[in-house]
Design a protein around this ligand. Structure first.
Ligand SMILES: Cc1cc2nc3c(=O)[nH]c(=O)nc-3n(C[C@H](O)[C@H](O)[C@H](O)COP(=O)(O)OP(=O)(O)OC[C@H]3O[C@@H](n4cnc5c(N)ncnc54)[C@H](O)[C@@H]3O)c2cc1C
Length: 414
């Protein structure tokens, strides 16, 4: 008798795998195991509308409770998986219970990287990954006057944008010479650095945080390596995440910076798959092993693995895309642009509506757009079709995007 599929991690990817299994006609039992004690919810609003207090708990949920009942998806939401017994094909939960599986899907996400400096454990040093983290930050933000944001990645800058909007005095500290440098090109970094300064934040690049100062166990400020001191009653840290690979490594699965999977998202044990933030997979465009942290990646990998388990195997082939909202700026990115060799600007950063087209070997590898959704959608369709435009075409203000799209083959099934 079939014992079905166990999905570990009730986040974006785990939710999608469960929902898509039923959508693709899978009839066997499905169990979704989480450890946050909450129904699957969206994380992006935690650094945007939910942090601002503009989104309710219900609207944060990916689906209401009835969704899981109607699709016979068993939920275990507060009993983490603590071990995988591959020989017996079952997982063990913290409570001691065991769940057998035919297929196991690891959708474990990631944990925030913690500061390892003096003062890092003071009251008032907070991180953002979960709804509980966000509730704690919201509660503290209300009374705070001065906030230090450590790390100018997407999450750090989104938090800074919200806290600034709430009238707080903001210091943003970034150790590297430019903001969001892991993921975007230099023109985008320069634009966002300028805008955050215009919004009133003090942005310090190349800034090394040496220690966090406290009085009676509570944060009162911070000291930089160059001797500068900053006053603050809250330190919000966004210095990146590390994938959750412990469970997989303990079970003898291959891991690196993520749980290693093949083109069909199978780990080194073909009955076990890994998806979302925790999975390191071969990039369909280059074959290089990558690990992505985005809703698109979690959702498309959830769908892809569900399709295979339901009997329709396919290689994972989605084009990566991402967004970040900071006040009135909608950044949308398609493709992987960090390794591009040449960039072409369309539009004008001064109008806050422009795109950076990114090329490698004269081939379009991605587009970064600010308030220019049409360019983003153009890139998604073009890259999904495996096509390109030349840097000259991108630079030509009269280039007809619509006509170029009209010549593409019909879009792939989503
Ligand atoms: C504040 C914030 C803002 C973001 N904004 C954006 C955005 O604007 N755009 C975008 O594309 N992406 C954004 N992201 C990233 C996006 O939310 C993640 O890439 C996505 O949630 C990854 O989904 P996942 O299922 O892989 O991991 P997660 O959503 O993290 O889910 C993993 C779940 O597994 C649980 N788990 C771990 N170990 C176990 C265990 N042993 N047993 C049971 N459960 C376990 C975890 O607690 C967690 O609930 C944001 C993320 C954050 C934190």
């Amino acid at each position: 008798m079939s014992v079905g599929t166990v999905i570990v991690g009730a986040g974006q990817a785990g939710f999608q795998a469960a929902a898509s299994l039923r959508e693709f006609g899978y009839q066997d039992p499905i169990t979704l195991v989480g450890d946050e004690g909450l129904l699957p919810y969206q994380r992006p609003p935690l650094s945007k509308a939910y942090l601002l207090g503009e989104l309710s708990d219900e609207r944060l949920l990916l689906r209401p409770p009835a969704f899981y009942e109607s699709r016979h998806i068993n939920l275990i939401l507060d009993d983490p998986v603590v071990a995988i017994d591959r020989a017996a094909a079952r997982v063990r939960l913290a409570s001691g219970a065991a769940l057998p599986f035919d297929h196991l899907v690891l959708a474990l996400g990631a944990r925030h990287r913690r500061l390892a400096i003096e003062g890092a454990t003071l009251d008032g040093v907070l991180y953002l990954r979960t709804r509980n983290d966000c509730d704690a930050i919201r509660a503290r933000l209300e009374a705070a006057q001065q906030v230090i944001v450590v790390g100018a990645g997407f999450i750090g800058l989104e938090i800074a944008a919200v806290a600034g909007k709430l009238g707080k005095r903001i210091h943003i500290l970034e150790a590297l010479p430019r903001v969001m440098s892991r993921a975007v090109t230099a023109p985008l970094s320069e634009f966002y650095a300028r805008v955050h300064r215009e919004w009133g934040a003090e942005l310090l690049l190349g800034a090394r945080l040496q220690r966090i100062d406290g009085v009676d166990g509570r944060v009162v400020g911070a000291r930089l390596a160059d001797g500068r001191r900053l006053a603050a009653d809250l330190v919000l840290v966004g210095v990146g995440i590390t994938p959750d690979v412990g469970l997989a490594a303990d079970a003898g699965l291959a891991v690196a910076d993520g749980i290693l999977v093949d083109r069909q998202l199978r780990t080194s044990d073909p009955r076990i798959s890994a998806i979302g933030d925790c999975a390191a997979f071969p990039d369909p465009a280059t074959g290089k092993i990558v690990r992505l942290e985005s809703v698109q990646n979690a959702t498309d990998q959830g769908r892809s693995v569900a399709r295979r388990i339901a009997g329709h195997p396919e290689d994972y082939a989605a084009v990566p895309w991402f967004w970040s909202d900071q006040r009135d700026l909608k950044l949308q990115m398609v493709g992987l642009t960090a390794n591009s060799e040449r960039t072409v600007l369309r539009g004008d950063p001064a109008t806050r509506s422009f795109s950076v087209f990114c090329f490698r070997n004269n081939k379009l590898v991605g587009i970064e757009s600010v308030n220019r959704a049409a360019d983003h959608m153009f890139g998604r369709r073009l890259l999904a079709a495996g096509e390109t435009i030349s840097p000259q075409e991108a630079a030509d203000g009269d280039f007809d995007f619509k006509a170029r799209l009209a010549r593409l083959p019909p879009p792939r099934r989503e």
